[in-house]
Design a binder for this molecule. Sequence first.
Ligand SMILES: [Zn+2]
Length: 350
Amino acid sequence: MASNSFALLEKLCNAHGISGYEDEVRELIRSELEGVADELRVDRMGNLIAVRRGDEKKVMLAAHMDEIGFMVKHIEEKGFLRITPIGGWFSQTVLNQRAFVHTKNGKIRGVFGCKPPHIMKDEERKKVVKIEDMFIDIGAESREDAENMGVEVGSPVTMDRELSGLGENRITGKAIDDRAGVSAVVEVFKQAECEATLYAVFTVQEEVGLKGARTSAFSINPDLAIAVDVCVATDFPGVNVNQEINLGKGPAITVADASGRGLIAHRNVLKLLRETAEKNDIPYQLEVGEGGTTDATAIHLTREGVPSGVVSIPARYIHTPVEVIDMRDYRNTVELLVKSLERCEKYMKF
Ligand SMILES: [Zn+2]
């Protein structure tokens, strides 16, 4: 495992930041790119934009800083917290997890509690518990106690899970969606030699509606854009879709996502990515997705339209605290992007 890549990924995944509260992640990226970028700025939405000046053409890379999480909506009299999900959770993955509640006095630990099987009725055991019926136990004995610990309505909640190796080539943790993309874009920005002016945009609020991508693309007005994210791998038991995205077989290049309702990748961008992979013997997989989408969906509809594409790192168990990716795919993603930027100029003639 390339230790430098792992060290950066580890820092980013172990940092906490739900949509709208990406500060900790933004500071980590800033410290990586300070002195490397010609310009480093934060816009009004909170997107961090790193610029490397080249000619008048503009290329934008985007990776989202936010992770899915929760927000405290009510503190009960006995000190339990009720929460609302921020981003797409499957409720069954949430139960009995350890979490952090981020308060004005710093982060405190909590657990998603539930009834033990001993006192469940038969029909209860068969049911999925809804998030609205869940609560977080922070060890408080009353509402006042919880408030004294710094909790208030609006406090963000994230999962308590540290990044770890898994087997020889893989890693597991929370927020790999999309800190793996963030980490890749940081590495690409440091390495890439690009004739055009390069904008690496670390976006906010992707998980709740691609918001930071929309506003940053409008202000940058790029000639070509690539979103860097994770995509759903389908190579584990119980997956019944007629599509094959495997871990370890290279980055996925999106042809279309959300059955075309999200993004239909621009033909030039698709060509750039595929030809670059083939020229450099970088393995890749083509993806036609039916589910999720990425920042590219918002970017490509900006102003009069921005030719856009997506490079994704295949990930298992997306939107859980045990997401898994293969570091070989991660490194090939970095290489594919670096090499694509070196030769993207001729794909920007429309
Ligand atoms: Zn994502």
